[in-house]
Design a protein. Sequence first.
Length: 217
Amino acid sequence: MIGLVPSILSADFTRLGEQVREVEQAGAERIQIDVMDGHFVPNITMGPMVVEAVRRCTQLPLEAHLMITNPQEYIETFARAGADVIIVHYEVCPHLHRVLMQIKAAGKQAGVAINPSTPVFMLEDMLPFLDLALVMTINPGFGGQELIPETLPKITRLREMLQLRGLNCDIEVDGGINEETAPKVVKAGANLLVAGSAVYNNKESVAAAINRLRRAI
Ligand code: DX5
């Protein structure tokens, strides 16, 4: 089953609760909250307060995508705020195994994200500890970018690495996912698709946008 995971970065924050309920009613599997600190990525967005607010609006599992330096300092905070999955970036975790254990100790699912320039084999030794591996298909920081096609083989390679080890953690992709790129990432091996601007694009209802994406996969 392929999961659609709207990211709220592109939502209308003047009516965030409504936009969260709309994706839940439209059948999204999860919601992703894009946390950015202006250091790891060149943008500052939202923090644990927004996770708490979204938590009050939906029963869907919430992913906290921590695009921040020193994520180990905030695991318990996001866990308490209501995140079900906490995703840290490989590039800022020299002690990644310790951080993954910290997330699990907080009772949450552990995810790691890699930027387009980070090879998937850097995750090889951590695969047994992952609930989710997120292959960024854009350079993180902003919604509305084009998917970088050279990231597609990374998805396939990661799926092969998992199959070789008899592991089946989720492979999630994030960035530039729309009705044109969605079938490509699914074919490559992704099973969770994060979409921001394709869902909250304002040219159509959220339900219509989600249905359009669903039809494309
Ligand atoms: C940007 C965020 C992505 C972004 C995706 O770094 O992490 O989740 O919202 O947005 P789209 O789907 O518009 O590329």
